[in-house]
Design a protein around this ligand. Structure first.
Ligand SMILES: [Zn+2]
Length: 384
């Protein structure tokens, strides 16, 4: 039982991030874990985060969605969590996967504001409408996770009941995200020297974090500030450019990934390269046989996505996402091509990768649950 829960928490770990390119919603972990009405269980449970992430995945009709979690420091020693759960949250904090704050204040809304993300919360934030006018203009951006028949569902405090897709980033944020930032505090997990590390970055596991994945700085009186340490951030030069690409299998977005100028990314059945995008778990036997371990390599150069076939069998380009066979352009092994704005590369029929925002929605959707390993007890839902 304990072991299974650990596995679920490991799976949830892959769904929390502070990467501005990948987070799809922002939430306050201390609030989410206390939604006792969702499962009728313990006063606090980290598994509820998984349930809310699953609900978001259903809502957005996309697998592997990630959330930006703000964590009150007190949660790291919250006696309502199990020691295992506390250990897991501490690990997330050390690795910069979540933002740990002594006093979160309105940081959740600030992140939502800067990144244009929806907020998953039952709080109404009436007192903050002056500072964040979008609370009035787009009230539907705050949605409350509430119990539903098959797990949590989202209800807007005002207006419709759907999670809005991320809106536009604010102009301020565009400026902030054009630079990389450094916190003077040693070992800062969010704005450390290696991007995510500190003196023990190699051990902490945050060392391989790209500066392109740095969270948005907090703005205090217009000054970029570390939300964790309250220290003024130093400008560490331009941030590497990025493109967000999405993997679509069988018409559904299975995961997104960030391609930065710093290093190429290989996608395939089971790439050996570090940071490779593994597709094997979504492939049927035929696709598995066709697609090489490393099948295509993506590079970002001067704003262009360059795709190179590194497979045995080759692939194809779907110009502007066209599914017509006549439009498909073959890409033979070792051949490279610039991926046009709306192009997708097809590794095998139905297995495509392209820019995230260009992917049309697909067939009826059943997301892979992050809670797949959860023991039935943890998943028990209250009777309607
Ligand atoms: Zn810091």
């Amino acid at each position: 039982m304990r072991f299974e829960i650990s596995k679920v928490l490991d799976a949830i770990e892959g769904r929390v991030c502070t990467d501005p390119s990948l987070a799809r919603a922002v939430l306050d972990l201390a609030e989410i874990i206390r939604y006792q009405d969702i499962d009728g269980g313990r006063p606090a449970s980290l598994l509820r985060l998984g349930m809310v992430i699953d609900a978001l995945s259903r809502e957005l009709e996309e697998d592997s969605v990630q959330v930006y979690a703000i964590v009150h420091r007190a949660l790291l020693s919250d006696a309502d969590l199990t020691s295992n759960e506390r250990m897991v949250v501490r690990r997330w904090a050390d690795d910069g996967l979540v933002e740990v704050l002594d006093n979160p204040g309105d940081r959740m809304l600030e992140v939502a504001d800067l990144l244009g993300l929806p907020v998953l919360s039952r709080v109404r934030f009436d007192g903050l409408r002056g500072r964040f006018p979008w609370l009035v203009e787009r009230p539907g951006r705050v949605v409350a996770p509430v119990p539903g028949a098959g797990g949590p569902v989202f209800i807007a405090h005002v207006g419709g009941g759907h999670v809005p897709v991320a809106g536009k980033r604010s102009p301020t944020e565009a400026k902030l995200l054009a630079r990389q930032w450094r916190c003077p505090e040693s070992g800062c997990a969010l704005f450390g020297s290696g991007g995510g590390g500190g003196a023990f970055a190699d051990l902490a596991g945050g060392a391989d974090r790209s500066p392109a994945a740095q969270p948005p700085p907090s703005l205090r009186n217009g000054v970029p500030t570390c939300p964790r340490h309250g220290a003024r951030l130093g400008d560490a030069g331009p941030r590497p450019r990025t493109e967000v690409l999405a993997v679509r299998v069988g018409g559904l977005v299975r995961r997104r990934f960030v391609l930065s100028e710093e290093q190429p990314v290989v996608a395939g059945r089971a790439p050996e390269q570090e940071g490779g995008i593994m597709l094997g778990q979504w492939l049927n036997d035929e696709a598995r046989r066709w697609i090489s371990r490393g099948h295509v390599r993506f590079e970002l150069r001067v704003g262009e996505v360059i795709v190179t076939d590194v497979s045995t069998n080759g692939s194809g380009i779907r110009p502007a996402g066209s599914m017509a066979e006549a439009d498909r352009i073959a890409l033979t092994p070792q051949q490279s091509r610039v991926l046009g704005e709306n192009d997708m590369i097809e590794l095998y029929p139905g297995v495509q990768i392209g820019r995230a925002e260009e992917l049309p929605t697909g067939a009826p959707f059943t997301p892979t649950s992050v809670m797949a390993e959860a023991p039935t007890m943890a998943m028990r839902l209250p009777r309607p």
